[in-house]
Design a protein around this ligand. Structure first.
Ligand code: HEM
Length: 416
């Protein structure tokens, strides 16, 4: 039996918060190991990094999610009783409800709705002077996903609802004010959507059967019972909030275009697969989800290392996407690399690894990719714009992160 390398020190939470996304990867390099023990929020934790580590992490015979989500994330980002903390049959049954929304036709319909919003906003920007792309794209996505999900959104509430989804996302790595704002935003959003689900169930509000609002309102658990109102609301939010979060990636697309202008002409010429590869490289290169947690289901041995039952294990998402063994020159932004990517479910894991239907891999991954391709296409083929001087740096110590200015554009014109 081999000893899992151990990081020196009493607790590593603060150093992790200070260093941010690359912390786990840097410790792996330092210890020359893809696995190490450390202490996180006063608990013993094991970090897994890399493709083999991800394959282990997504082996459901070895790990569970029950009781893993910390309270502060339930109160801001995720809510209570949602899919993130389910296991086995209960998880697969709930996941099927999410995946039923992810058919190619449904996703195409969402792209049509997003496209219409982009058109309206681009037109507005032509007379708007300076535009904060981050805030505007959040609104575009919020409007489109609410329509797609069967959630009515009055014109005058767009700003507040969008800001509330944004505040929940911002809370995930934040303490202090960001956390307080996230909690308040979650409470407001829950109240709003609890009324909607209640009205749908009472048949006071009619909504199409193929929408997320209908699906979550009428989803029945394995015992045939409707979800608790609180849980149905959490699951509806689990569709709306992360779709608004795609704005982080869209802003990183704008940044990548700005920093690598040589791709613009080739994207305009619609070079084969480049739009997809550019979007994929944005998901790999730029940070979003830092790591995921699970607990061991029972004692087991992996590669001579003993894992005790109930052990907290964190999968290094950011570090795996930046691993030099998997990604040659990982710190270069190079979309062409996907010509040679073999497509493993465990090496490219910005939205989790493994299988969408049977495991915890993000059900919104296909939506994310399509929304990014659309955003990229608008920025390249839909409008021209100037990027005035501004602070475009982003901190790897902030979770989640985005360019400090939010990416300001001006003098927006529509392509003829
Ligand atoms: C799960 C990232 C967009 C809904 C996840 C996970 C990650 C992730 C890392 C955890 C995987 C795991 O537990 O192992 C992202 C990122 C997004 C995004 C970076 C884009 C910015 C979306 C969208 C939706 C969505 C658009 C919904 C339409 C969910 C749900 C889960 C999840 C419901 C829980 C899945 C489960 O536990 O089975 N996502 N996601 N996400 N995501 Fe996303």
């Amino acid at each position: 039996m081999a000893e899992i390398p151990r990081l020196k020190g009493l607790d590593h939470t603060l150093p992790l918060m200070r260093e941010g996304y690359p912390y786990l990867m840097n410790r792996c390099r330092q210890l020359k190991s893809e696995i190490f023990r450390f202490r996180f929020f006063g608990q013993s934790a094991i970090c897994l990094h890399g493709e083999e580590g991800a394959a282990l992490f997504y082996d459901e015979s070895k790990f569970i999610r029950k009781g893993v989500t910390p309270r502060r994330l339930k109160e801001t980002l995720l809510g209570k009783g949602g899919i993130h903390g389910l296991d086995d049959e209960a998880h697969r049954h709930r996941k099927a409800a999410f995946m039923s929304l992810m058919t190619p036709e449904h996703i195409q319909w969402l792209v049509v709705l997003m496209s219409a919003q982009w058109k309206a906003y681009c037109l507005k920007w032509t007379t708007a002077g300076q535009v904060n792309l981050f805030q505007e794209v959040q609104e575009i996505l919020c409007r489109a996903i609410c329509t797609w999900s069967g959630v009515p959104l009055e014109k005058q509430e767009v700003k507040q609802r969008t800001q509330d989804f944004a505040a929940m996302i911002e809370a995930f790595g934040g303490v202090g004010l960001r956390n307080v704002r996230g909690r308040a935003a979650r409470k407001r959003t829950e109240k709003w959507l609890a009324k909607l689900i209640t009205d749908i169930r009472a048949e006071k509000f009619k909504v199409n059967e193929d929408t997320a609002a209908y699906t979550m309102a009428w989803h029945r658990d394995l015992k045939g019972e409707l979800l608790d109102l609180e849980v149905a609301v959490a699951e509806l939010i689990n569709v709306l909030r992360p779709t608004v979060a795609i704005a982080y990636y869209v802003v990183f697309i704008a940044l990548a275009l700005h920093q690598h202008p040589e791709y613009r002409k080739r994207l305009q010429a619609q070079e084969d697969k480049l739009t997809e590869f550019f979007s994929q490289e944005v998901r790999r290169y730029y940070p979003f989800a830092p790591f995921m947690g699970a607990r061991t289901r029972q004692d087991f041995t992996w590669k001579e290392y003993r894992f005790p039952m109930g052990q907290l294990v964190l999968l290094d998402i950011y570090g795996t996407n930046h691993d030099a063994m998997l990604w040659p020159q990982p710190e270069s932004f190079w979309p062409e690399r996907y010509h040679h990517w073999p497509g493993s479910p465990f090496d490219f894991i910005p939205q989790g690894g493994g299988d969408h239907f049977n495991g915890h891999r993000c059900p919104g991954e296909w939506i994310t990719i399509e929304a990014m391709k659309l955003g990229l296409n608008v920025l390249v083929n839909g409008i021209t714009y100037e990027v005035p001087p501004q602070d475009l740096s982003f901190s790897l110590a902030r979770m989640p992160t985005y360019p400090k200015s939010g990416f300001i554009i001006q003098n927006v014109k529509l392509w003829e």
